[in-house]
Structure formats: structure tokens, C-alpha cells
Design a protein around this ligand. Structure first.
Ligand SMILES: Cc1cc2nc3c(=O)[nH]c(=O)nc-3n(C[C@H](O)[C@H](O)[C@H](O)COP(=O)(O)OP(=O)(O)OC[C@H]3O[C@@H](n4cnc5c(N)ncnc54)[C@H](O)[C@@H]3O)c2cc1C
Length: 466
């Protein structure tokens, strides 16, 4: 059986690896448009050591992902964060990010007084007395819209957008709840299904009490983990174990279906393929499906992308850098360019071992690419200025020994309201098209464990299709 996989990001490489597990004799060819594999996983070989400038962690509580890494022989390569807290820069100064709640949405105003002020706190505490939310089980809402309606603007602009922006490169106003905070949507469903009064604070409190029960009954484990040598350890291992032929600089511009049911590719690849996996971002997948599944392609066009830029910096000294994992910048903070700093060598003990400091500055949100397109020198200057402004750490004086600017145009799908309804509709359209699978962050959800799980399912289906 001959397989073509388009895209050598995490989804494409995981799929290639699993196809090999299911079909030992398969001929697997992977076509990657860029000059390297890994996609949004990208470990840059800094002189001081490998440094991730795409994804830099994964959810350690996803046992399916951990089992997968173990099966790849990578169990000993996993490392864990220091557990230092993150800060939020709001109102011109640094404040501790309150714990609890869901993506910064509180169940009550405790610990939020300094960040939000008395008026906003009073609104949060009175929310349970307001008219109930008109919520139907299974419905979706934009996070920003709902939280603004119930709690006011402060909590969205100072906390929720900062937290969501760090993960999704979008403000809360551009994101759907079911795709980004699914536990909150489920808690709202539960209140509605039980005929109880549906409020935001009630749903958050429901989530918190469930989380406390789970935490009490299970041994504490770090929430996040990563690979000691960066994500390259994962994508290089997957590429090798797949036994696939991987073609880089191989841009695929279209796909044909032949009369015998096989596929041929435009742009690279030779001859016909029995099976096809599209592991590309949603807009590209739409283009590639255009001729073989026009309805699916049309539905996929609803999914847009958000861009960002990451400036990775290594300093000779870490003196004066706060003892925190990171700094999020409130979305309403004037005269700031960076949206977040990961104080990587504070967050990850294995990076602290290198001496000095490693910091990642992140820029850009959905709908605003100006910063992502800024000149490289300008981005570095903004990163250093904003880092000093927020933390007091003078990066120039600390000795900036290594810099890498990575732009992620269309780096992350925008997970809008009803996102997974679109995904389900696309999958439904494709269910009648034999021998084709689609996978990737847009179909799976943004996190590395989600992408792996979806790609593994795709490999299972495509090797058992007939
Ligand atoms: C800055 C950033 C930070 C992140 N941080 C985290 C994190 O800390 N933790 C976490 O869990 N997740 C994180 N993520 C998300 C995670 O990295 C992604 O969800 C995941 O890597 C996506 O994998 P993928 O294979 O679906 O897509 P991609 O990595 O985008 O792979 C798709 C591949 O297809 C190729 N391609 C596109 N078009 C064509 C074509 N026409 N022909 C051939 N090839 C093509 C692309 O070049 C690319 O290599 C982050 C993402 C970004 C951008």
C-alpha cells in the first residue's frame, strides 16, 4: 500500500509513525513545503543548548500522550517545570495571577481585588443574583462576549484575554468557549440540564469543586512537561521510526483523484497513491480538497488562522529577572507591544542549568499582523524594552548573547464559536470519500496531546479502510 502524507508537522509525522505500526510493509511518503520538518514544533540549536521557539510544553496530565512518548523510548527525556507562578502586568505594574477559576474567569472576587478594582469585584460577586444566562445544553458562546456581559470588561481585558492570548494568539472576544474552555461550557450545560439557575459564577464554582475533588483523590503531578533536548527529540524520533521517505521543500498545490480511486499530487510526488493524509493547516487543507471534496473544502474555509512572533533571547546574566515562570500582559495595557514573556530559565530547571537567562517574548494576536511583520531589529528592541518596563530586567546590560526571531504566520487556528461543529461537518462530508484522512491542530484542538491523538486515530482509520 502506498501512502502520501502532506505536511511534516506533529500530525503528519505522528500519522506516518502509526501507519508504519499498523502496516509494516507500507510505502510512506511525506511531503513538506518548508525546508525542515516539525511545523510549529521548532527547536533552534542555540549555542547554549536546544531552545524551542514554537510549542515549548505539553499537558502532562494526558496519559495517552505520555504512553505514546514512552513507546517511542522518550520517557527519560521528559522534564518538568519549576512550579513558579506567573505574573500579569496590568495598570503599569506586576501582579500575581490569581489561582483558581477557568482561564482567569473567577467564581468570586477573592484575590482579584488588586487586579480588577472594587467596582468590577462587586459586579462579579453580584452576578449570581442577576437574571440567569439563557443557556441551552450544547450551545456555544464567545468567551469575551459572555464574560463581558456577566462580569464587565475588566476581567476580560486584564486577565482572560491575556491568558487565552498566550495559548491561542487571540483575544477572548475571538474565541469560542466550547473549543477553548470546554469544562466551562459543560458546567453551564449541567446547570441548564438540572434546571438550576445558570450563572457564570455558578458554573465556575461547579468546575472548581470538581477540580478540588480530583486533586484531592489523585497524587499531585506537574501539569506540564517538555523534552530535555526540545521538541526536536520528538519530531526527529517520529520521522526516523516511521521509516517514511520525507521530502522537504516539497509544496503540494493540489490533489487529483484518478478513475481507479488512487490519488496523484500536484507539485511533488510521482505516480499514484492508494491512500492520502492531509496534515496541513485548515486553509491549505481546503485548497487540497477543492477538486476531490468541494463541499468539505468549502466548509473548511470558515476556519481562519492567527499569527504570532516569538523572540528567543539568551542573556549572560539572570540578575534581576523575577523568580516567576512568566509575565502575561493585560490586553488593555497601553504602550505595550509584547503580549507575554516566558521566563524560560525560571520556568524550566533544565534551562536554568545553562547559566544566565533564557526568555521568550511573544507578539501578535488574531486580526493584527502588524507586529508579526515588524523588522527583526524592531521586534528585538520591543522585546527588550517591554521586558525592562514590565520586570525591571535590563536585557542589554545583562548581555544579550543569542537571539532568534521566529514568525508564525497562521501559526494557530482560530478556535471560534462552534469550531468543532465545522470540524464535524467537514468530517461528515469526507466520510463518503474512501482513502482520505484529514488531521492537524484545527481538527484536534491546539495542544500537542490533542494533535497526537487525532493523528493516531487518522492512521488507525486509514490503514483499516476498505
Ligand atoms: C508559537 C506557538 C506556541 C505553541 N505552544 C504550544 C505549547 O506550549 N504546548 C502545546 O501543546 N501546543 C503549543 N502550540 C500548538 C502546537 O504547536 C500545534 O498545535 C501543533 O504543533 C500543530 O501541529 P500540526 O501538525 O497540526 O500543524 P503544523 O505544525 O502547522 O504542520 C503542518 C505542516 O504542513 C506543512 N504544509 C502546509 N502547507 C503545505 C503544502 N501545501 N504542501 C506541503 N506541506 C505543507 C507546513 O509547512 C507544516 O510543516 C504552539 C503553537 C505555536 C505556533
Amino acid at each position: 500500500m502506498r501512502y502520501a502524507i502532506i505536511g511534516a508537522g506533529l500530525a503528519g509525522l505522528t500519522c506516518a509513525h502509526d501507519i508504519r505500526q499498523h502496516d509494516r510493509d507500507a510505502t510512506i511518503e511525506v511531503f513538506e513545503a518548508a525546508e525542515r520538518i516539525g511545523g510549529k514544533l521548532f527547536t533552534v540549536p542555540f549555542e547554549s543548548g536546544p531552545t524551542d521557539l514554537g510549542a515549548e510544553a505539553f499537558l502532562n496530565r494526558r496519559t495517552d500522550a505520555i504512553d505514546f512518548f514512552n513507546s517511542l523510548g522518550l520517557a527519560d527525556h521528559l522534564v518538568y517545570p519549576s512550579g513558579l507562578r506567573s505574573l500579569v502586568y496590568s495598570g503599569g505594574h506586576l501582579q500575581t495571577l490569581p489561582a483558581g477559576g477557568a482561564m482567569g474567569i473567577p467564581g468570586d472576587s477573592r484575590d482579584f481585588e488588586e487586579l480588577l478594582g472594587d467596582e468590577a469585584c462587586a459586579r462579579i460577586d453580584a452576578e449570581s443574583e442577576a437574571e440567569p444566562i439563557d443557556w441551552e445544553v450544547g450551545q456555544d458562546a464567545r468567551v469575551g462576549e459572555l464574560v463581558r456581559q456577566r462580569y464587565g470588561n475588566e476581567v476580560v481585558d486584564r486577565v482572560v484575554s491575556a491568558l487565552l492570548g498566550g495559548v491561542y494568539s487571540c483575544t477572548a472576544d475571538d474565541l469560542g468557549m466550547r473549543a477553548t474552555i470546554p469544562q466551562l461550557a459543560e458546567a453551564l450545560d449541567e446547570l441548564a440540564a438540572a434546571g438550576e439557575k445558570v450563572t457564570l459564577s455558578g458554573a465556575i464554582q461547579k468546575m472548581n469543586s470538581r477540580r478540588n475533588t480530583i486533586t484531592k483523590s489523585s497524587a499531585p503531578s506537574p501539569i506540564f512537561a517538555t523534552f530535555r533536548g526540545g521538541y526536536a527529540e520528538l519530531y526527529d524520533t517520529l520521522a526516523e521510526s516511521s521509516g517514511a521517505q520525507i521530502f522537504v521543500d516539497a509544496f503540494i498545490s493540489g490533489v487529483n483523484r484518478n478513475s481507479d480511486g488512487t490519488f496523484s499530487l500536484k507539485g511533488a510526488g510521482e505516480g499514484n497513491y492508494d491512500r492520502l493524509v492531509l496534515a496541513t493547516p485548515a486553509p491549505t487543507t481546503a485548497v487540497l480538497l477543492k477538486d476531490i471534496a468541494p463541499e468539505a473544502a468549502q466548509k473548511l474555509q470558515a476556519i481562519e488562522l492567527a499569527s504570532s512572533a516569538v523572540v528567543g533571547m539568551k542573556f549572560d546574566s539572570d540578575e534581576g529577572l523575577p523568580q516567576n515562570s512568566g509575565v502575561l500582559v493585560a490586553a488593555d495595557e497601553p504602550e505595550m507591544h509584547a503580549k507575554a514573556f516566558t521566563l524560560s530559565s525560571r520556568k524550566w530547571p533544565h534551562l536554568a542549568e545553562r547559566g544566565g537567562a533564557v526568555v521568550r517574548a511573544s507578539f501578535g494576536r488574531f486580526g493584527d499582523e502588524a507586529l508579526v511583520r515588524a523588522e527583526e531589529d524592531e521586534l528585538v528592541d520591543m522585546a527588550l524594552d517591554d521586558l525592562q518596563k514590565t520586570t525591571g530586567f535590563d536585557g542589554r546590560a545583562a548581555g544579550l548573547s543569542e537571539i532568534y526571531v521566529q514568525r508564525w504566520f497562521g501559526g494557530i487556528p482560530r478556535f471560534d464559536k462552534n469550531h468543532f461543529d465545522v470540524v464535524a461537518a467537514v468530517r461528515e462530508e469526507l466520510s463518503t470519500l474512501d482513502g482520505v484522512e484529514v488531521t492537524g491542530a484545527w481538527a484536534a484542538g491546539v495542544g500537542v496531546p490533542n494533535v497526537i491523538a487525532d493523528a493516531r486515530d487518522a492512521a488507525q482509520r486509514i490503514t483499516h479502510a476498505d
